[in-house]
Every structure is written in C-alpha cells, then in structure tokens.
Ligand binder design. Structure first.
Ligand SMILES: Cc1cc2nc3c(=O)[nH]c(=O)nc-3n(C[C@H](O)[C@H](O)[C@H](O)COP(=O)(O)O)c2cc1C
Length: 318
C-alpha cells in the first residue's frame, strides 16, 4: 500500500490540511495515531506560524505534511521558504498555479500532492509531475471546485493514471473509506471527520454548531471569500455551513466585496465565533459528527474499513 510504504501509516488516512483547524497539535496527533497529519496553512498565517506549528507537528518524530494554497504562495513566497526549511514528508499545493513549486519541493525529497476537482485538473497534475493526486469531490468541506462528486471523479482519475490517487470529499467513516479503497484509491484525504477533534483549533461554540449540523446543512459558494477579502480567486468557492450571513449575501458577492459594513460584520462575527456570521467550512459528511473525539478515536473508527471490505467480498454487509 503506497501510503504505508511512503509514510509508514497503519490506517490509509491522510488528515487533510485545514486552515484554522489543523495546527501542529492535531497534525502530530493524527500522525501519532497511524495516519498522516497535515498542517493547514491558510493565506493569513505568517511564515513564523508555519515554522512554529511545523515544529510541533514534527516533534512526535512521525512523518507529517503541510498544505499550501498556490494562489497565496504566489503572494507570500515566504510560506514556501518556511516549508522548504521544515522539509515535511508531504506537501500539497492546491488552488491556483502550483506548477512552478513542484520541482523545488521534490528537489528537497518532499512528496508533492495536488487536489484535482475535475479530470482536466488531474491531467494538468500529471503533466506537472506531481507524485500523488487527490481526487477531491464536490461534497468536500472547505475550498475547491463544485464540479463533480467524489465517486465519479475518483473513478475517472483512476482510469487516467497509474499515479497513486487519494480520494477526498464526504468520507465520514469506515464505510466510505472501504468504498474508495475498493475502487482503487490509495487512501482517504479526510478533513471534516477531524473537524471537532479536541487537538484541533475549532472553538467550542463552532464545534457545537458542527455537531448539530446534518448532511443537508452545507452550501457551496464565494460569499465568505467576498466577505473576508483574503484574496481567493473566484474560480474556487468553499463548502461551509449555511448561516444567516450566507443567506443575506448570496447572489450579491460582487457588491459584498466593496461593502465595508458587510466585511466588518463578518470579521466581528468570526472574532466572536458567532455561528450566524462566521464561515464554518465543512463537507456533506458533517452529519456523522456527534461529539469531540480525539484524533486517535477518529482513526480507530476508520480502521474498521477492513470489516466492510471483507463483508463485501462475502456477498455484502447486512
Ligand atoms: C475547515 C476546513 C478547512 C480546509 N482548509 C484547507 C486548506 O487550508 N488547504 C487545503 O488545501 N484544503 C483545505 N480544506 C479542504 C481539505 O483539504 C479536503 O479537501 C476536504 O476536507 C476533504 O473533504 P471532507 O471535508 O469531506 O473530508 C479544508 C477543509 C475544511 C473542512
């Protein structure tokens, strides 16, 4: 199994990079428990934050990864410099022109991944020489494309390449992990299932809202990017929990970009962890979250994928 050979994982799960959620502590906890944790470096963090959190992620002595946004690295090359110094085992570069950064990372012995939301994205990734492709379906939490669901995308990309392909989007437990492994994926690229972990950066108020949410409560769009002014290209929206702020501005994103009151309302809401105004990124698998587990407990749950694979071979589970 590629993930085991490359990174020594015992459960074929990559803890997807999640800005404002997966800091060094959650990253280290996922790696310590048998997966591969990834630090989520959002566009707003400093290079110092990456260095400090990377050191925490590395302290347990297990391999770990870092996720960067390509559009943001272009504006903040110091993010890439910090990552090259840390030399994590895996770096993902997604959303924007990541191609110039592939070779410098590989030259340091770093495995490079990108998240593809379409077959065209995957073709581009193959041409760019990445080491592993993440087939990231539309049901995934956080930013990406809203074009194709995880299963059709995964199947199409697996048909396209012999590179390892990891599946992301909507894998909320062992059943989903078994499904993508059976299809031929090298593992799961899993974000939302770790969203409420005690080792993560999610506040109690936000975690409570996430736990209450069900699978129909997410929306995809660019409202929160227009509000935050972080600089996200319009091409990539995000999947988050629907709230009053989203409803107020949906369809008026261009207006919001220039609306200082709307921006201030969002910033205040975020600071106060006001779930009616803040962006709470989450995928459709959010309905499966019921509490605040440790990362080890989440991985333990995923480790049950073997039972579903065995049952399927024996004529199907009940
Ligand atoms: C709260 C949150 C933050 C995210 N932040 C990032 C990020 O900083 N960089 C990135 O490449 N992907 C980010 N993602 C996307 C994940 O890498 C991944 O594609 C997604 O979580 C997989 O689908 P799932 O949430 O259904 O498991 C984020 C996702 C969530 C839920």
């Amino acid at each position: 199994m590629w993930l085991a050979e490359k990174f020594g994982v015992t459960v074929p799960v990559v803890g997807a990079p999640m800005a404002n959620v997966s800091g060094g502590k959650l990253t280290a906890a996922i790696s310590a428990a048998g997966g591969l944790g990834m630090l989520g470096a959002g566009s707003a963090v400093s290079a110092e934050w990456i260095r400090a959190e990377g050191a925490i992620a590395a302290a347990g002595g297990r391999p770990y990864g870092i996720g960067l946004m390509a559009w943001s690295v272009r504006e903040r090359p110091e993010h890439l410099e910090a990552v090259l110094e840390l030399r994590p085992a895996l770096v993902s570069l997604s959303f924007g022109d990541y191609i110039p950064y592939v070779a410098p990372l590989q030259a340091e012995g770093i495995t490079v991944a990108t998240q593809a939301g379409t077959v065209a994205d995957a073709r581009e990734a193959i041409d760019a020489g990445v080491d592993v492709i993440v087939a990231r379906g539309a049901e995934a939490g956080g930013h990406g494309r809203n074009a194709v669901g995880t299963l059709p995308l995964l199947q199409a990309i697996l048909e396209l390449t012999d590179l390892p392909v990891v599946a992301g989007g909507g894998i909320s437990g062992a059943r989903g992990l078994a499904a993508v492994l059976a299809a031929g994926a090298a593992g799961g690229w899993i974000g939302t299932a770790f969203l409420t972990c005690v080792e993560g950066m999610t506040s109690q108020k936000v975690a409570q809202r996430v736990i209450e949410a069900d699978e129909t409560d997410t929306v995809y769009g660019t409202v929160f990017d227009a509000a935050s002014r972080a600089g996200w290209p319009d091409e990539f929206g995000g999947r988050a929990l629907r709230n009053a702020y989203f409803d107020q501005w949906e369809g008026r994103e261009q207006e919001l970009k220039a609306d200082n009151t709307g921006h201030a309302d969002y910033v205040d809401g975020t600071k106060a962890a006001d779930v009616t105004r803040a962006s709470i990124y989450a995928g459709q698998g959010v309905g499966a979250l019921t509490g605040r587990p440790t990362a080890a407990e989440v991985l333990d749950g995923f480790a049950g994928y073997r039972d579903y694979l065995k049952a399927a071979l024996n004529g199907g589970a009940k």
